[in-house]
Write a protein that binds this ligand. Structure first.
Ligand SMILES: [Zn+2]
Length: 397
């Protein structure tokens, strides 16, 4: 089986390389914004803009109008406009919102390879076209054909997101174990075998510090050196919070895929839940959407199946012993007793049991199956596919 995996590696560039990165990211951002403005203008004039035509257009005028664009590799602006084309495609497919203009300091990334075989790796070094050898903080994790390299900035560090096409052998299935996983706010995950996985609560622990830092930032005078320093400090804290959260999710999802062959989960409406103000912070802290994304690609790698329950399936309110459902069960109720059979339930463990039963009854042949997730709900839309890799691994198509 061929897989495309991503590895995001922290870089250790020298001053000249940093300057080049910033310039290339600026050029890519400019190309995106130029093409978006042009797209809107052409559309309003009744024309039919395409990304290919816009790329030709920019190429024709850049020597005259934007000569500074020639200082960086041409792939950076070209890929930015291709990405805009993809963004419009997602918009027309109703999986994403209308593309927006990019902002300096938030969107600093560019494509660094010039196509096939233009990038070389040597231990903890990467050789990029135009730039040359750059030190990395760790070697590339995969052996295979390098497809693309995106260089991006998070807080004050630069990263290379490398996608590699690898030949993957799905390991032989050792067990047929089925598990139900209930994601929660009090515990990160509850398994149907009674295990509770505590989340790191990275955000909550750092919330006090975040609040203090952002207050201190808002007191600094705009444009001052102190404001810039405070902003950098805050950005680093945000990054560290996201790293801690990501690490916990990776450990959880890897563990699940290694130990079980059928995994029953809830199809959580993450967007809808984030709109619920009270819960929003706790949910964003747990990273439910990210949990699902990781579980799906790791299931493919390990040959497991995912059974997602219908969004409206009352996994918490149904007694897993007798099957009768309660009308109401507020989130604050952690323990409850079934009216039908009198069984005492822990809210999360009971939900996990229901998800396990549902997963088992979906009659999935776990071993040898293609590993794609089995959906019990035909009415749910697939989540919007993001093009840029998030931290760590990812799979696309
Ligand atoms: Zn009961």
């Amino acid at each position: 089986m061929n897989l495309i995996l991503g590895h995001k590696i922290a870089l250790d560039p020298n001053e000249a390389q940093r300057t080049y990165f910033a310039r290339a990211a600026g050029t890519a951002r400019f190309a995106w914004n130029w093409a978006l403005a042009e797209w809107r203008r052409q559309y309003a004039a009744g024309e039919k803009p395409t990304e290919a035509a816009l790329r030709r257009e920019l190429n024709a005028i850049k020597r005259e109008q934007f000569p500074w664009m020639l200082e960086v590799s041409k792939t950076a602006p070209q890929q930015a406009i291709k990405n805009l084309g993809d963004a419009f495609k997602r918009f027309f497919d109703h999986t994403a919102k209308y593309p927006r203009f990019k902002k300096k300091g938030i969107h600093d990334s560019f494509r660094a390879d010039n196509g096939a075989d233009t990038v070389t790796f040597d231990g903890k070094r990467i050789r990029l076209p135009v730039i040359g050898w750059i030190r990395m903080c760790e070697p590339l994790r995969f052996v295979g054909k390098v497809r693309s390299v995106m260089v991006s900035r998070v807080a004050d560090r630069w990263f290379a997101s490398v996608t590699v096409k690898i030949e993957h052998q799905v390991p032989a299935c050792e067990n047929q174990a089925v598990v139900g996983v209930d994601l929660g706010v009090s515990a990160l995950a509850t398994l149907s075998n009674g295990e509770k996985v505590e989340g790191p609560r990275a955000l909550r622990c750092s919330l006090k510090r975040l609040r203090r830092l952002s207050r201190s930032l808002s007191r600094k005078r705009k444009g001052s050196a102190n404001r810039r320093k405070a902003a950098a400090k805050l950005a680093r804290l945000h990054k560290s919070v996201s790293d801690i959260r990501q690490d916990a999710l990776h450990k959880l999802t890897t563990g699940l895929c290694r130990r079980f062959s059928v995994i029953g989960i809830e199809d959580l409406n993450v967007r809808g839940m984030l709109r619920n103000g009270k819960l929003a912070r706790a949910i964003a802290d747990c990273g439910f959407g990210e949990f699902r994304r990781q579980l799906e690609y790791k299931a493919v790698m390990h040959g497991c199946s995912i059974a997602a329950a219908d969004r409206w399936y009352p996994s918490s309110k149904t007694c897993h012993v007798c099957g009768c459902a309660k009308d109401k069960l507020p989130l604050s109720v952690r323990q409850w007793q079934c009216d039908g059979c009198g069984a005492e339930h822990d809210r999360d463990i009971n939900a996990a049991h229901n998800l396990e039963r549902l997963a088992a009854s979906s009659a999935v042949t776990a071993c040898g199956a293609e590993g794609s997730g089995v959906r019990l709900a035909p009415d749910t839309k697939p989540a919007a596919k993001k093009q840029e890799p998030v931290d760590g691994l990812f799979v696309h198509d």
